[in-house]
Design a protein around this ligand. Structure first.
Ligand code: SF4
Length: 287
């Protein structure tokens, strides 16, 4: 099986990403996010492990690239805690930097700044997920991921090195992080150019974890999701009009602050002001 594959091979009608490839150095992830979607389809998800024979396979496949965008990573984080010692993602980036491609990193870790020297050798953009600027809420939702402040410092650092950054405020959860005006203003002030947002989508396993760490909020969410919400694929979503209202609120703040905006898998593409995933930054001449 190939280690570089087409992103969204099922061509979901909910996905508005431009065509791109995807690559995951690791199987599973150890950031421990309670809302994680990938944990529902990857066995032993919390025991993060490097892919077998990865570097040799990547060498072969990367040599065939012809300028495609490779998104790293979509079913795991390319900077789990073990990356600090293994350096596996760094080795992979070095291989990509020798090939004909463009790189989009998606991570919650400030460890990405360690690799800024490699990322400046190839057209790159980094999407940092900053779900909230409240450190205590982040500790509950993403117990093993770096703090929001560490991620903000990483964003600032990358921008300072000329690597364009987008931020994912994702997932957006009513009563938890649905008023991110201060965070949006902070992002604009440090030079972030794009915000992607998406509402929390319930799967049975992430709902069990979420209800355990935020039981009072879970009680308030139940009628919104399970009575008024809608089922799409294997997910339970908030009602469409509430999703629109929450996301439009962030969109308006994002635009007022001079940034572009996109939504992820909401069925609301009219809210996008640019390529939803921030990949337009790879072509941005003004950076
Ligand atoms: S960082 Fe992403 S892949 Fe890792 S646990 Fe969190 S949501 Fe899941």
């Amino acid at each position: 099986m190939a280690v570089i594959s087409r992103f969204d091979p099922w061509r979901s009608s909910m996905c508005t990403c431009p065509p791109k490839l995807t690559f995951n150095p690791y199987t599973g992830c150890d950031h421990g996010c309670v809302y994680c979607y990938a944990s529902s389809y990857i066995p032993q998800f919390a025991s993060c492990r490097p892919k077998k024979g990865l570097l040799q396979r990547l060498q072969r496949e990367a040599a065939k690239l012809m300028g495609e965008t490779v998104s790293i990573a979509n079913s795991s984080d390319p900077y789990p805690r073990m990356e600090a010692t293994s350096g596996l993602t760094r080795r992979c980036l070095e291989i990509f930097a020798e090939s004909n491609c463009r790189i989009q990193i998606i991570t919650k870790s400030d460890l990405v700044i360690r690799d800024d020297d490699v990322l400046t050798k190839v057209p790159s953009t980094v999407a940092l997920t900053i779900t909230t600027d409240d450190a205590e809420v982040a500790r509950l939702l993403e117990p093993h991921a770096p703090t929001p402040n560490a991620r903000l410092r990483a964003a600032e650092d990358l921008i300072g090195k000329g690597i364009p950054v987008s931020v994912r405020i994702d997932p957006l959860i009513p009563f938890v992080n649905d008023q991110p005006e201060k965070l949006v203003a902070t992002l604009a002030s440090i030079g972030v150019k794009h915000v992607t947002s998406s509402t929390y989508k319930i799967k049975p396993d992430n709902w069990r974890r979420f209800s355990a760490v935020m039981p009072a909020v879970a009680e308030k969410l139940k009628p919104l999701y399970f009575k008024q919400g809608e089922k799409i694929g294997g997910n339970t979503l908030l009602p469409r009009d509430l999703r629109f209202k929450l996301l439009k609120n962030i969109r308006d703040f994002t635009i007022v602050n001079g940034m572009q905006f996109g939504v992820c898998r909401e069925g609301l593409p009219r809210l996008n002001t640019a390529a939803c995933d921030g990949s337009w930054l790879l072509n941005d001449e003004s950076r």
